[in-house]
Design a protein around this ligand. Structure first.
Ligand code: TYD
Ligand code: MG
Length: 452
């Protein structure tokens, strides 16, 4: 085989250098060089990757995407948009130890039991370690093949020989191509290995799952560099100190994004949590100031979470502000609005906001929840335990509409909540909901008047 040629390219401006450089002479960026393969026109090693396609009318392309394979794990199927699409590349990211390998093995086991031949390629654990884990989660099937390998060329060769229905690469950071000089896990290697695996999977219609570690700062050679190359990106959220795990769809070419799947890590692997609201509200204190429930929407699913606030007098010069699970900047904004417009003088108080259970709620629709929790703690008045609040706050103290109000309020009604404070502007969309008192709010002032 002809020795292939590689060069180093600046990831910002594309400057090419035969050697690695710390600083790019062209754009002056630091630490931005990654090794890439320089493809020669007659490169035989890449010929296998060619699609040798011709343009065709879009009407003539057969529709094959309708065929999805169910993973047997309902929470993952929903995040994927109804199962695995043939030939798709799916990236599973997350911090080390969060449960990526466990989830993959459980899923592969389910698929193998359905009679599909699946290949689990591991570059991190030995075959016996995988066996040990499989014993623990009860995954054993003739159709589940395990390959311990890190060389990209050998992995591709084995995929060709075995021709499995689904491939898992655990993890992409351990795979290396002999054609590049850089070490496994470097940007160049990760990108080259993934692009060849993805091309291969597209050509033969084999779905491939790529497991990728997210480093703490989320940058170096992490899954970030391949997010744009794959069809679907799923990230594991949650931290190892809590037992629950959330798998969130960040990107999905074949389905909805921001859909989440909730799991609980047990001694026998990951268990689905079909009713996350009850799970997150399980330990909620009753009739305590500073706690309120908001119906947040994750993808298409409403999930009720508890927002807690603790407002206490500052002992030092600068008040402390901490926000866990909600956006810090939004909290600062809401504090300022409460101070200036509602006359609730929080500027001299330490404020701590926490979303119980360690969930993250990103959408502005939970603004009123944060406001209500802070006001409740500041005034030391508990909010009724069966009340929910919902709405986005504006800088002038007005309350703005939220999307999909009906599903949210219905979910709350289903769980036994009987009063909701919702934005006036789109309250009209809300039909009559049994046993639910609907209180329409136009401004933050009105919220505070109606809250207790
Ligand atoms: P793992 O899937 O190895 O994480 P990753 O591949 O993302 O690095 O999960 C490891 C953690 O999960 C480890 O701390 C042990 C825990 N675990 C359980 O609690 N129960 C189980 O059944 C399994 C298999 C793992
Ligand atoms: Mg692992």
């Amino acid at each position: 085989m002809k020795k292939s040629k590689t060069s180093f390219f600046c990831q910002h401006c594309g400057y090419m250098s035969p050697k690695w450089l710390g600083k790019c002479p062209s754009c002056n960026g630091w630490n931005c060089f990654a090794e890439e393969l320089v493809v020669e026109s007659d490169s035989s090693s890449r010929a296998e990757m060619n699609f040798d396609g011709k343009p065709q009318s879009i009407e003539d392309i057969p529709l094959t995407e309708g065929q999805r394979t169910n993973t047997g794990i309902a929470e993952i199927d929903r995040v994927l948009g109804g199962g695995i699409v043939g030939g798709s590349a799916i990236l599973i990211g997350g911090e080390p130890g969060i449960g990526k390998s466990t989830l993959m093995l459980q899923m592969m086991h389910n698929l193998a039991q359905k009679g599909l031949k699946v290949l689990y390629v591991s570059g991190e654990e030995s075959a016996s370690q995988i066996k040990l884990r499989s014993e623990r989660i009860g995954a054993a099937s003739k159709n589940l093949l395990v390959l311990v390998e890190v060389s990209l060329e050998k992995i591709l060769e084995q995929i060709k020989i075995v021709s499995p229905a689904i491939v898992v690469i655990d993890s992409i950071q351990t795979v290396y191509s002999a054609e590049l000089m850089s070490a496994p896990g470097s940007v160049g290697q990760v990108r080259e290995s993934s692009s060849r695996l993805i091309l291969f999977s597209k050509k033969f219609g084999i779905p491939v799952f790529l497991v990728g570690h997210v480093t703490k700062d989320g940058s170096i050679a992490g899954p970030k560099v391949l997010e744009h190359m794959v069809d679907t990106v799923l990230y594991f959220e949650g931290d190892s100190s809590h037992t629950y795990r959330i798998v969130r769809g960040i990107k999905n070419r074949f389905g909805p994004t921001n859909e989440i799947g909730v799991f609980e890590m047990q001694d026998k692997g990951l268990k689905e949590v079909p009713n996350p609201s009850t799970f997150f509200l399980a330990e909620r204190p009753q009739n305590v100031a500073g706690s309120v429930v908001v119906p947040s929407l994750e993808g298409t699913r409403p999930i009720l979470v508890e927002i807690q606030a603790l407002v206490s007098a500052t002992n030092f010069g600068n008040p402390r502000r901490t926000a866990i699970g909600v956006d810090y900047n939004r909290v600062s904004l809401l504090v300022a609005v409460l101070d200036k417009i509602c006359g609730l003088h929080l500027s001299g108080s330490d404020i701590f906001i926490n979303v119980a259970g360690g969930v993250r709620v990103e959408e502005p629709a939970v603004d009123l929840g944060v406001v209500a929790a802070m006001a409740s703690s500041f005034l030391d008045k508990p909010i009724d335990a069966r009340t929910i609040v919902l709405g986005e706050a504006g800088l002038a103290g007005e309350v703005r509409a939220v999307s999909q109000m009906e599903v949210r309020v219905k979910e709350a009604a289903r769980l036994g909540f009987n009063r909701c404070l919702v934005p006036k502007t789109n309250a009209a969309q809300l039909g009559k909901i049994a046993k639910m008192e609907i209180c329409k709010i136009g401004s933050l002032k009105e919220l505070l008047e109606n809250l207790f």
